[in-house]
Ligand binder design. Structure first.
Ligand SMILES: Cc1ncc(COP(=O)(O)O)c(C=O)c1O
Length: 447
C-alpha cells in the first residue's frame, strides 16, 4: 500500500521536506539541462484545460504540455484505461512475452494513420521514434544519406539531434554528429525572401534540395528525406501544400524514402488525425509520439508491412517500448477522439482561434504574423515597422504577462520570438475567447 504523507512524516528516519522547500532547492538537485527552463511553475494537480499551481492559482494550459495532452490533462477515459491495465500488468518485455494492449493498439492504429501504414515499432518518446525511423530507412535501403530541413526539430538523442536544425544551441558541444546527414532550407512562407509567396518559397527549398542531390550526395546514396509536415519547435511553420507534394514526387522518382516526423503535428492537432491527411501527402515512414497516449510515454515508428518487415530482427530493440499501460492509454485516447468528435472540434475551434490571433495581429503592430492549422497555431513578435525583425524581448514580456493573468503558453522559433498556442482538442469556443481576451489584455499591458 502507498504510505501516506503523514505516515512518511512521522517516520523519524526519513527527511521530509515540504513541496515549497523542495522547489526552492531544485537548482541543487535537478540538472540545469533538465530543469532550467521557463517558467518552472510548480503544479499540484492537473485536470482538463487547467493546471492548479502550488500558489493556489488556476492556470489555463494553452500549450497542452507541448502537444502531449491533446484531450486535456488526466482525461477520465485515459485514467480509467490506464488504471485498469495497471491492475493487470505494468510491464511487458515485448518479444519475450506478449500483452493484449500492444496488439490491440497495433490493430487499431491503421484506422487512423494515413494510407497503408500498418506495422509498428513502439518506443517511449519522439526522439526514439525518429531514431527508429532513420535506422529503419538505412537498414532497409543499405544507403547512408539522410536529408533533413533547416528549422526542423527531431529530438535530443544523437541521431535525432543530428537531424535537428532549429537552433544552434541544440547542437552545441555535440560534434562529431552522425555522418551522412544534409540539411536544406524548409519552405517557410513568412520568413522566406518572398514573404507569403507560396510558389517562390517552395521553389527556393526544392531548388536547394535538387542542388544537394546533384552536388553533394547522389540520390542513389540517400536512404530518406525526413521532414516535419508542420515545423513545431522551429516556429509552428505551416508550409505550402505544394512543398510536401513536391517532396513526395522527388522521393518517389529518386527511390528515396519519405519520413514524416509527426511527433508534434499528429494525433488530431491539425484537425485531421495527422498533418499528412490535412495535406493529402503520404509518407513511407512516420514517427509518432507526444499526443499518442495523452501523457503516458509512448512513441511509434510506423510503416507499411512491405517495408517494416524488411527491418531485420535484433538490429533494433527496446526494454520499455510498447509499455502495457501506455498502449492502453493510447487506445483510450483514439477512442475518445472518435467518440467525442474531437477532429471536427479541432477544425472548428482552430478556425476561430486563428481568427482571434489575426485580430490580435491587426490590433498590435508588435505581432508580425498569426499562423497555423487546426489547433497548432502561433503568433510571431517583430519590431514594429521593421521588415519582420524578430522581437524576442516582447515575446518574453508577453508570455510573463499572460502567465501572471493565468494563461500558460510557450515560445518557439529560431529567435524564441514566436509563441505557440496549442490548446487541447476538446477546447471550447468560450475557453478560446477567455484565453485570447487575456492575450489581448497582456499585449495592451506590455505595449
Ligand atoms: C517534431 C518533433 N520530433 C521529435 C521530438 C522529440 O520528442 P521527445 O522529446 O519525446 O523525445 C519533438 C519534441 O518536441 C518534436 O516536436
Amino acid at each position: 500500500m502507498v504510505r501516506s504523507a503523514v505516515a512518511l512524516k512521522e517516520d523519524s528516519k526519513l527527511k521530509f521536506e515540504s513541496y515549497e522547500d523542495l522547489v526552492k532547492r531544485r537548482g541543487k538537485m535537478l540538472a540545469p539541462v533538465f530543469s532550467e527552463d521557463w517558467p518552472n511553475l510548480p503544479v499540484v494537480r492537473a485536470e482538463g484545460l487547467y493546471l492548479h499551481g502550488l500558489d493556489g492559482k488556476r492556470y489555463i494550459d494553452f500549450m497542452s504540455a507541448f502537444g502531449v495532452v491533446n484531450l486535456g490533462h488526466n482525461h477520465p477515459a485515459v485514467v480509467a484505461a490506464a488504471r485498469e491495465q495497471m491492475e493487470k500488468q505494468i510491464h511487458g518485455a515485448v518479444g519475450v512475452t506478449l500483452h493484449e494492449s500492444v496488439l490491440r493498439l497495433a490493430a487499431l492504429l491503421p484506422e487512423v494513420l494515413p494510407g497503408h501504414l500498418d506495422m509498428f515499432f513502439f518506443g517511449n518518446s519522439g526522439s526514439e521514434a525518429v531514431e527508429g525511423s532513420i535506422k529503419l530507412a538505412r537498414n532497409v535501403t543499405k544507403r547512408p544519406g539522410i536529408i533533413a530541413f533547416i528549422g526542423g526539430f527531431h529530438g535530443r538523442t544523437y541521431g535525432a539531434a543530428t537531424l535537428t536544425a532549429s537552433k544552434a544551441v541544440y547542437r552545441t558541444g555535440l560534434d562529431p554528429f552522425v555522418p551522412g546527414v544534409y540539411h536544406v532550407p524548409y519552405a517557410d512562407p513568412y520568413h522566406s525572401s518572398h514573404p507569403y509567396e507560396s510558389e517562390k518559397c517552395v521553389e527556393e527549398s526544392i531548388n536547394s534540395l535538387e542542388l544537394v542531390l546533384k552536388r553533394l550526395i547522389a540520390p542513389s546514396q540517400v536512404a530518406a528525406v525526413i521532414v516535419e509536415p508542420i515545423q513545431g519547435e522551429g516556429g509552428y511553420i505551416v508550409p505550402p501544400k505544394d512543398f510536401l507534394v513536391r517532396l513526395r514526387e522527388i522521393c518517389t522518382e529518386q527511390d528515396m524514402l519519405l519520413i514524416f516526423d509527426e511527433v508534434q503535428s499528429g494525433f488530431g492537432r491539425t484537425g485531421e488525425w495527422f498533418a499528412a491527411q490535412s495535406f493529402g501527402v503520404q509518407p513511407d515512414i512516420m514517427a509518432v509520439a507526444k499526443g499518442i497516449a495523452n501523457g503516458f510515454p509512448l512513441g511509434a515508428v510506423c510503416a507499411h508491412y512491405d517495408l517494416m518487415s524488411r527491418w531485420e530482427p535484433t538490429v533494433h530493440g527496446t526494454t520499455f517500448g510498447g509499455n502495457p499501460i501506455s498502449c492502453a492509454a493510447a487506445i483510450a485516447t483514439i477512442e475518445t477522439i472518435k467518440r467525442e468528435g474531437l477532429l471536427q472540434n479541432a477544425k472548428e475551434t482552430g478556425k476561430h482561434l486563428l481568427n482571434r490571433l489575426k485580430e490580435l495581429k491587426t490590433a498590435h503592430p508588435t505581432v508580425g504574423d498569426a499562423r497555423g492549422l487546426g489547433l497548432m497555431t502561433a503568433i510571431e513578435f517583430i519590431i514594429p515597422g521593421s521588415d519582420r525583425h524578430p522581437n524576442a524581448a516582447t515575446a518574453k514580456a508577453f508570455l510573463n504577462e499572460a502567465l501572471s493573468r493565468g494563461v500558460l503558453m510557450y515560445p518557439c522559433g529560431m529567435h524564441g520570438n514566436a509563441v505557440r498556442v496549442a490548446p487541447p482538442l476538446n477546447v471550447t469556443l468560450k475557453q478560446i475567447d477567455e484565453a485570447t481576451n487575456i492575450m489581448g489584455e497582456s499585449l495592451s499591458k506590455i505595449r
